[in-house]
Write a protein that binds this ligand. Sequence first.
Ligand SMILES: *Cc1c(COP(=O)(O)O)cnc(C)c1O
Length: 385
Amino acid sequence: MQDEPIDKETILNELSEIHKLDYNYADGRILGSMCTEAHPFAKEVYCKFLDTNLGDPGLFKGTKHIEGEVIKSIGNLLSLENPYGNIVTGGTEANIMAIRAARNHARKYKGIVDGEIIIPDSAHFSFKKAADMLNLKIVEAKLDDDYKINVESLREAISDKTVAIVAIAGTTELGLIDPIEEISKIAHENNIYFHVDAAFGGFSIPFLKEAGYDLPVFDFSLEGVCSITVDPHKMGLAPIPAGGIIFRKEEYLQVMAVDSPYLTVKTQSTIVGTRLGASSAATYAIMKYFGKKGYSKIARNLMDNTYFLKEGLEEIGYELVCEPELNILAFNHPKIEAHQFAEKLDNLGWKVSVAKCPVAIRMVLMNHIKKSHLKELLEDLKKIY
Ligand SMILES: *Cc1c(COP(=O)(O)O)cnc(C)c1O
């Protein structure tokens, strides 16, 4: 840090120069991100609540009430009347909280010390962080040819050390939904904690189902489901950071509670101490602003764009890795290896990512991608083919 103060103007100019290095969602070139530009109204509300701290809810009773209302709305959307949970920084923190709840619950009620979690190959890497921090062993369930959990392999992976089973509603790489109903039964029969990671799909599957899309059940209407992760900062159009963790029972929060001596409340179950109330307020506002009808329109529009790109790709001759279930497409070039293909697209200004399982170009059709961008993209893809 320099000794003398610098005037605002100079600082702002410097920052906007550096900011130019960042890509812009509005340019329609970011095709590999699960985040998007937040809605302007959500940003406006976010700024109004910047000083609120949900780590000390006795001082921010209003904002704590707002967080409770958001959890209730999201829980209701997921078929749970009395949900418990928190608005956290994202899917990663939500997944870590779920696994921590499962581990502590199994330790308290089953005496499991060296616990294991069963996750599919397609699971988000946040579960590796969770296992590492919580000292749990990862047991991987195999995938079927359709890249969803092989239920038999999952059944075989269960042991008397299993503290949690994880399945995914909207995988990070392909946007696919695991056979959650079957897995829920298995978890319930074996009395094992079952967590559904719907970080990506949570703000779209319920609305698509209501609009008549043929998608499987994934929520609390299945009795085995103990918790669900949902990210408002993906298809919910809330500002970053906003993740949601919803628990079926309060006891899952209680088994994580630690004493919080200097605060206005006696215990705390979240991982983070001082934490944003702005995320809760912005998510509250944007959910009210859109309502089910608004989100349904967004979700259907994203699927329309996905099918538009799919048809364009197939017309050129590209082969998709799988039929899309949500707004993610993965495909390969007949001759060029995926990473080289991604580099070619990068040189043309398209920011795509490469999936690992299977190796393929992956495009996420978020709200900032418009049909006009897709038309331009298809022109470039035609030239490369
Ligand atoms: C995005 C995502 C995560 C991680 O969420 P962050 O908000 O990036 O922490 C976890 N699981 C799934 C399925 C995701 O799509």
